[in-house]
Design a protein around this ligand. Structure first.
Ligand SMILES: [Zn+2]
Length: 265
């Protein structure tokens, strides 16, 4: 097995996004003026295993519009085809695609693919809800046109500390697990590497390792308690299995992947 970290540009986010407040001002603070972070990567991942290549998330495109709490820096030369080329691949080398969740910086790059894009069925349903459609319009983050989304049911029972899962490879070494919180249907992908480490492609389960260790919910998820319960599960999983934690926007994720640095929770 080999995992490649792709980078499709960068994003700067408001500090009130990275360090969410507890209580009723949690979401409100995203919309008032405030300082922004340094540039954070927008990662996607390719998992090469058993002669197949699975793309996990598709990255952002240059069409992304800034929103009150995120400023994107994505050039056409940062988009998925170029990010794949930097890893020695083309879009035609990809066999399968799965998304951690349906936010623009994870799904917009799907416009470059001619493959069905698998999404947790609960996430797909949420994206079509009235609340979600409202934010897509207000934040001017539409679902990309012309992409064929295919619902993925997490019907494989528990996996490790996670309540619901679905194997994505015949040998069970690539597994989608439920990590709700950031969005209701958010999933993470666990890849058991040749050394037996659980490489946890965490999407936006948190933005950083620091947020995970602090057990801090984020500023956008609809139910903070659900989010915190997921963070506890990830930490519980890491106590039972050597786990390398790889969120999409952590400046240290690429180095942790390269070095195989496990969580000691
Ligand atoms: Zn997100």
């Amino acid at each position: 097995m080999r995992i490649h970290a792709l980078t499709t540009g960068t994003v700067r986010v408001k500090q009130s996004f990275l360090f969410a407040a507890a209580g009723p001002t949690r979401q409100l603070r995203l919309f008032v003026p405030g300082d922004f972070s340094d540039r954070l990567p927008i990662h996607a991942w390719v998992v090469e295993h058993d002669g197949r290549r699975l793309l996990v998330d598709t990255g952002e495109t240059a069409a992304a519009r800034d929103i009150p709490f995120a400023r994107f820096d994505v050039k056409p030369s940062d988009e998925l085809p170029a990010a794949l080329a930097a890893a020695g691949m083309t879009v035609d080398d990809i066999d399968e695609v799965v998304l951690t969740h349906m936010h623009g910086d994870h799904m917009d790059g799907a416009v470059h693919l001619r493959l069905p894009v698998r999404v947790h069925d609960a996430e797909l349903a949420y994206s079509r809800s009235a609340a979600s459609r409202f934010f897509q319009r207000v934040l001017r983050q539409p679902i990309p046109a012309g992409v064929e989304f295919e619902p993925l049911a997490l019907d494989g029972g528990p996996f490790g500390a996670f309540e619901a899962s679905r194997p994505l490879s015949d040998d069970g070494r690539i597994v989608a697990v439920a990590t709700p919180g950031h969005t209701p249907g958010h999933i993470s992908i666990i890849c058991i590497d040749d050394e037996g480490r659980h490489m946890l492609l965490a999407g936006d389960a948190t933005d950083t390792l620091e947020q995970l260790l602090a057990r801090r919910h984020d500023a956008v998820g609809p139910k903070p308690a659900v989010h915190v319960a997921t963070l506890e599960r990830i930490l519980a999983h890491a106590r039972e299995n050597p786990t390398v934690y790889l969120p999409s926007h952590d400046v240290d994720s690429a180095a942790r992947l390269r070095d195989g640095t496990t969580l000691s929770a």
